[in-house]
Design a protein. Structure first.
Length: 532
């Protein structure tokens, strides 16, 4: 590990989100302040942050929510958006814990009336409501129009609900079309997040290194130039290449990380690195071929390692094989609706949830609370992250025909086990990656009285349960403490848990952290251990 070599206390470019390492360029700091101001003032209706994957939408939302944590604002976050307009309404009601009678769930206007009454009551208590929707580009036109109508709920001076949409670029294009023009006119803040500028890279790297404890900046000017060149300003690629460059620098006893080390690191990290090395050494093997042809007698050239042309071909063959394996898996699945129903039915059965608890169709919505004591979280992650949770969960697969669902049963070193067509099948990780883009849904058990979030300063049985779960992770060695208060000691242990599970490290116990805490229980289904 390179930490001691460069005088670091922790890894500066770790993948787990940690607010201490966040550095924002001035334009994003200004955007964050504007979003916060609009919400606190009650004037913001609909706000849209769009951008490609990795552009920082989730980070901006997390920072905004952290700034609003101490304000009188009730926050609900929705991550699974493949729902109808009425289903979206019901999901919003569940996320805000608006009580609904059984008959109201089937009728949109009754849900709007219940939500309106809840919002008026919340406003009377001096609170505001913020609804954050991830992957908003997946919402139908009807569901988006429903959101627009929700923002009609207002007093003469203030909006009763604020909506923050996090979306891919495709939503921007749709907003110019006829059906969504009314929504586009209602959007008060609309920003497309782009990659880091070249001028942003040095302060970004310097901040992360300093936060990790570095007294000296090891990256040279040319090293930073290459880092921007290969990462293209995408923060997650900057982190991956910089981390590898520090590893290579420590191995080479290099106090400075220059363009050569960054170049090698990019070759190790980037998907197209084989092609890069072929281009990089093309003149070597051409020269060697020329020498052999003219018989110049420079036989030592023959000992120069051959360029990885064969490796390139092998890599291409492996990729094609993985794509074919992924396509064969999709061919085994029934149509989208049947595949989703079958996967959810099997998952609920493994949790021993019966039809008396909830119907499969209701559970499939993955509301924040499926029924008291049984919650659901949806999001994106890697196979390594999902393996840490050690629970079976639904994976969302995509191909040209649409979205399909399979049940993840186990993750090994090379393969994954899935529930497909009524039986368990195993495919390579590489094959799964060709058809799965990180989306998952996972139900889990919680005490029925557990709130949707716990913050520092909270007290009561919810905090007692959190401490009980944390003891299963690391043992409770905190000595004397106030057992029912979420104090600094508990918050630091929660941060440790968040780092271990790859959850945003903010010290706030939200849906993902509740899922992680719940996964520490021995009861309930776990991922298989015997996957190759």
């Amino acid at each position: 590990m390179y930490l001691d070599y460069y005088g670091l206390k922790e890894a500066p470019f770790a993948t787990a989100p940690d607010e201490r390492f966040v550095w924002l360029p001035p334009r994003l700091e200004a955007l964050l302040e504007r979003l916060e101001r609009e919400i606190r003032s009650g004037s913001g209706g609909i706000m849209l942050l769009s951008g490609e994957y990795g552009s920082g939408k989730t980070l901006m939302a997390r920072l905004l929510l952290a700034r609003l944590a101490e304000a009188d604002i009730r926050i609900a976050r929705i991550r699974y958006t493949g729902v109808s307009a009425d289903e979206l309404l019901e999901t919003v009601c569940h996320a805000l814990r608006v009580p609904l009678e059984p008959g109201e769930r089937a009728r949109g206007q009754l849900m709007i009336d219940a939500l309106s009454a809840f919002l008026m009551d919340t406003y009377a208590q001096g609170q505001r409501v913020l609804l954050v929707i991830d992957e908003a580009q997946e919402l139908s036109d009807a569901a988006l129009e429903q959101l627009r109508q929700l923002t009609n709920l207002q007093t003469p001076a203030h909006k009763l609900i604020h909506v923050l949409l996090l979306a891919g670029p495709s939503l921007d294009a749709r907003l110019h079309s006829g059906p969504l023009r009314a929504l586009a006119q209602r959007i008060g803040i609309r920003e497309e997040l782009t990659r880091l500028d070249s001028a942003d890279l040095e302060p970004y790297v310097r901040h992360r290194m300093a936060t990790a404890g570095a007294a000296v900046q090891p990256f040279t000017r040319l090293g930073l130039r290459n880092l921007y060149r290969y990462a293209g300003g995408i923060p997650r690629l900057v982190n991956a290449i910089a981390d590898r460059a520090l590893q290579l620098g420590a191995e080479a006893n290099a106090r400075q990380v220059g363009e050569g080390l960054v170049q090698r690191a990019a070759g190790d990290v980037l998907p197209g690195h084989v092609q890069y090395w072929v281009r990089r050494y093309r003149w070597w093997w051409r020269a060697a071929l020329l020498v052999m042809l003219v018989g110049a007698g420079l036989t030592w050239w023959l000992h120069t390692p051959a360029p990885p042309v064969a490796s390139e071909a092998t890599a291409q063959q492996a990729h094609e094989k993985a794509m074919q394996e992924g396509a064969r898996l999709l061919a085994q699945l029934p149509d989208a609706g049947a595949a989703r129903m079958a996967a959810w039915s099997e998952l609920l059965a493994r949790w021993q949830v019966t039809s008396n608890d909830v119907s499969v169709s209701d559970a499939m919505r993955c509301n924040a609370v499926v029924f008291p004591g049984f919650d659901c979280v949806a999001g994106t992650g890697t196979l390594d992250q999902l393996k840490r949770f050690d629970r079976p969960m639904l994976l969302e697969l995509k191909d040209a025909s649409g979205v399909r669902h399979v049940l993840l049963l186990g993750v090994g070193d090379d393969q994954v086990r899935l529930f497909v067509g009524g039986k368990s099948v195993e495919i390579t990780k590489a094959a799964l990656q060709t058809i799965w883009h990180g989306r998952f849904m996972a139900p889990f058990r919680l005490p029925p009285w557990m709130p949707s979030s716990v913050h520092r300063g909270d007290a009561g049985q919810a905090v007692a349960w959190v401490r009980q779960q944390l003891r299963k992770l690391d043992g409770d060695r905190s000595g004397s403490y106030r057992p029912l208060i979420y104090d600094q000691t508990v918050q630091e242990r929660v941060r440790k848990l968040q780092r271990a599970y790859g959850i945003p490290v903010d010290g706030v116990i939200g849906p993902e952290t509740l899922f992680a805490l719940s996964s520490l229980d021995d009861s309930g289904p776990h991922l298989a251990r015997d996957v190759p």
